[in-house]
Design a protein around this ligand. Structure first.
Ligand code: SF4
Length: 469
């Protein structure tokens, strides 16, 4: 029998905002974590060979998402949040040149083409992103095996031998119970009303990280801004063979000089919509960094990593009175909404399409901005609902299996959508026809009905209609 361990809406802020590397949380961060967890079990064993089978969506788009590199890094004990950039960059080349990897302190012969197998047609029972790892001794006898699932957003589950699947991100059984438990947005709003608290205050109280929480929120904020700056300063062509040029740096140069070059026009900074250009810039910068495999914050996934930083930077730059407290409240409210979406639908493109990735990020960003603007819990929930409602049906169809087209621009569009949703909600009194829970349920149902070719397999949509050159 196979069972699911459902994460509750108590998912911690550190789970919703993981610091990792690009280009994909489900196809890079999760597999790397799974491989590292497996390798940690091999301490002291006479390992002479390691193999990895990547099934389902990991098999279909794993090459473009660098899943093979992620698994090799994980086998060698690297973690997404701390692995140095040069180790990531050199991993495949060095493995090929040396013909070995280092697992639990031992040199293990490794041939990438032989030992990492992509199996797009194999579907394991629990989830479309499956990983099967094996370790053998010098006689070919199996020393250990493990079946893992990368369930989106960097979350990992493991199938244990009786067939049960356990989340490796669940709170420990002896964790203190959250003071304000809820499983959906309606229940959260009722708690806010009963306690006279905001959504960010409830999220803070439930997180359980105590004083460390602000430190982590500030680290997330800093990492997001560093990613924007890195993306703005980088040039060149993104890896993977699609020949997609980075655009952020050029766009910034244009935005910085336009006042001096242009008279009154849509390109002038006097244009009332000029702020959109900056929001686009921030999102492009982050997603170009993600596509290049650089350090990003999973928010709630890597493919959607640009939306929240772009909206957060908009808040800091364009909202008078923006401050650190507002940034923290933004992130807390966004995490609360992301956890509700994850608990009741999915944040994985391989399960529900891009509505679960970029749609969720847009809803989280809208909620975060409304919270930072001083919105009531109803307005915050309404902002998230608007952004989610108008992301319904969004398919996942990355060209060549790379997180570039349509992903990079899509983040910019979703960031602007989030700002619009927050503004629309803030102009209302919070009352609205469609509850966020209904939009989330609709997203889940739509994802179930979506053909698999639109769920991170690169077998439909733009992935088959765009000519690769
Ligand atoms: S299309 Fe959306 S869900 Fe699919 S890889 Fe790109 S960002 Fe992720």
């Amino acid at each position: 029998m196979t069972t699911t361990v459902q994460l509750s809406s108590a998912t911690r802020v550190a789970d919703m905002f993981k610091i990792g590397i690009g280009p994909s949380s489900s196809h890079t961060v999760g597999p790397m974590r799974a491989a590292a967890l497996f390798a940690a079990r091999l301490e002291g064993l006479p390992v002479a060979r390691m193999t990895a089978r990547l099934t389902g969506s990991l098999g279909a788009t794993g090459r473009g998402h660098m899943t093979d590199r992620a698994v090799i890094l994980g086998f060698q004990g690297y973690a997404p949040q701390t692995v140095p950039a040069d180790v990531v960059a050199d991993c495949l080349r060095l493995t090929q040149e040396r013909g070995l990897i280092v697992v639990a302190g031992r040199d293990v012969p490794f041939e990438i083409d032989r030992d990492v197998v992509f199996e797009p047609r194999t579907l394991l029972p629990f989830h479309v992103n499956g990983l099967v790892f094996n370790a053998f001794d010098a006689d070919g006898e199996e020393l250990a095996h493990g079946t893992y699932y990368s369930t989106g957003g960097g979350f990992v589950s493991e199938q244990i031998d009786d067939g049960h699947v356990v989340s490796l991100d669940a709170l420990p059984e002896d964790a203190a119970p959250e003071p304000f438990p809820y499983n959906n947005a309606g229940a959260l709003l009722r708690i806010c009303a009963a306690e006279g608290m905001s959504i960010s205050e409830i999220a803070r109280a439930n997180d359980g990280s105590g004083e460390d929480l602000d430190q982590y929120l500030d680290l997330v904020h800093k990492t997001m801004n560093e990613c924007i700056e890195a993306g703005i300063n980088a040039t060149g062509i993104l890896p993977g063979g699609l020949n997609v040029p980075r655009r952020a740096r050029r766009l910034r140069e244009q935005l910085m000089t336009r006042d001096f070059e242009r008279g009154p026009s849509w390109q002038s900074s006097n244009d009332p919509m000029a702020g959109i250009d900056w929001v686009n810039l921030y999102a492009l910068a982050v997603n170009e960094e993600n596509a290049a495999g650089q350090r990003v914050v999973t928010a709630p996934t890597n493919g959607a990593a640009g939306v929240i930083p772009a909206v957060l930077r908009y808040y800091e730059r364009f909202v008078p009175g923006a401050d650190r407290d507002g940034v923290r409240r933004f992130l807390l409210a966004a995490a609360a909404i992301g956890a509700i979406i994850k608990a009741n639908a999915s944040i994985a493109g391989a399960e529900v399409g891009c509505q679960g990735e970029v749609g969720s990020a847009s809803a989280m960003a809208a909620a975060g901005l409304a919270e930072a603007l001083g919105g009531t819990p109803q307005q915050v929930e309404n902002a998230a609902e608007i952004a989610m409602e108008h992301s319904l049906g969004l398919t996942c169809d990355p060209v060549a299996g790379l997180v570039q087209i349509p992903c990079i621009e899509r983040n910019a569009i979703a960031a602007v959508k989030a700002i619009n949703a927050a503004r629309m909600a803030m102009w209302s009194d919070g009352r609205h026809q469609v509850p966020l829970d209904t939009a989330i349920k609709t997203m889940r149902d739509t994802g179930k009905d979506m053909l698999s070719k639109y769920k991170e397999t690169s077998e439909g949509g733009l992935a088959v209609n765009v000519i690769e050159c």
